[in-house]
Design a protein around this ligand. Structure first.
Ligand SMILES: Nc1ncnc2c1ncn2[C@@H]1O[C@H](COP(=O)(O)OP(=O)(O)OP(=O)(O)O)[C@@H](O)[C@H]1O
Ligand code: SF4
Ligand SMILES: [Mg+2]
Length: 327
């Protein structure tokens, strides 16, 4: 696996929000790569930049945000330099996103069957009838009840859980090589969640799909992640294999998030990240040194003055903390 070419490679990505008082960073110095068949989980508290990272990977940032610098390569091709037409070709076929909020992804004026079929026709040479049949099949795959009938309904006619399944069916319809899933199963009950994640895992096994999954659920992380990236205030603070995350977390923020969660071998079923005392500093007014210092039990004078670099502490295990300066 180690030598496989990454499906997605992000290097030194900086995303900023352009506000009334100028621009401020929401994602800073983000680098990550995902190989075919691999699942990387992105975790961190609300507002730490997970969705902004995900949206930038599809060039779907809101108008208020922009990529200031960095590169995104999809199967070696420079995604940021692509013209709009090629981006449209890539979306759905090469890379697809499952959103946190299904209504963002669904078109209110088309039935869900029509929109899935449209996406299929955009990327595959198939007729209307065949594309619609494929749409129904996809809805069946995500265990939509009565898929034939639901395919003929509009998003507003469906319940929240059904809308989420419709969106997942839309994202998976063309069997994309890279899936970015932003809390894809939050509105679903635990059983359906497991089914959907299982479905993505099947696709992954069959097609070698690379996946980035944003989740608040450590049970899901333990179950399906190969590697984990922990974000705080728009930056990576720790990155390691899922085993290292549970056995040997290094960063005080990660340790805080893991809270009372038992060992990986302890049979975690579903466990939300723990709340850490204190709040995330505003991104436009970050402290000079380590952004976590105001909340860190081990902060020293150096932590307040200098930002710790994100470096490899032990082989394959990266963190940004002065505490582990010597590995
Ligand atoms: N459309 C927007 N315009 C301006 N600022 C935004 C917009 N969307 C998000 N932000 C800001 O960008 C920062 C990062 O937000 P982001 O949505 O990436 O967080 P997140 O890690 O996905 O959080 P959550 O776990 O709540 O989904 C936050 O400070 C947020 O307030
Ligand atoms: S650098 Fe200092 S303040 Fe920041 S996480 Fe490490 S010990 Fe805590
Ligand atoms: Mg988010």
């Amino acid at each position: 696996m180690e030598h496989a070419e990454p499906a997605l490679a992000v290097s030194d990505l900086n995303v900023e929000i352009v506000g009334e008082n100028g621009a401020f960073p929401v994602v800073s110095e983000m680098s990550l790569s995902v190989r075919p068949g691999e699942t990387v989980c992105l975790v961190g508290e609300s507002g730490c930049g997970k969705s902004m990272t995900a949206l930038s990977l599809l060039r779907l940032l809101p108008d208020s945000a922009r990529v200031a610098s960095g590169s995104i390569r999809i199967h070696g091709e420079d995604f940021l330099a692509m013209d709009q037409r090629r981006v449209e070709d890539f979306r759905g076929d090469q890379i697809a996103m499952i959103f946190q909020e299904p209504l963002t992804a669904l078109n209110p004026v088309l039935t869900i069957g029509e929109q899935i079929a449209e996406s299929v026709r955009q990327h595959r040479k198939v007729g209307k009838r065949e594309a619609f049949a494929r749409a129904v099949k996809c809805l069946e795959l995500v265990q939509m009840p009565d898929p034939e009938r639901r395919a003929r309904q509009y998003p507003h006619e469906l319940s929240g859980g059904m809308r989420q399944r419709a969106m997942i069916a839309l994202a998976l319809a063309c069997e994309p090589k890279i899936i970015i899933a932003d809390e894809p199963t939050t509105a679903l009950d635990v059983t359906v969640q497991a089914q959907i994640l299982g479905l993505i895992a099947d696709l992954q096994k069959r097609l070698g799909t690379a996946q980035i999954l944003i989740t608040h659920d450590l049970g899901v992380v333990a179950e399906i992640a190969d590697r984990v990236i922990v974000m705080y205030a728009g930056r990576r603070v720790e990155e390691c294999s899922v085993y290292e995350l549970f056995d040997n977390p290094l960063h005080p923020y990660t340790i805080g998030l893991m809270g009372a969660v038992p060992h990986r071998a302890g049979g975690i079923v579903s466990a939300r990240l723990t709340d850490i005392p204190g709040t995330v500093p505003p991104l436009w007014d970050l402290p000079k040194g380590c952004a976590f210092a105001p909340r860190c039990p081990g902060a020293s004078a150096r932590c307040l003055e200098e930002r710790p670099p994100f470096i490899e502490k032990t082989p394959g295990h990266f963190a940004a903390c002065w505490e582990h300066d010597n590995g």
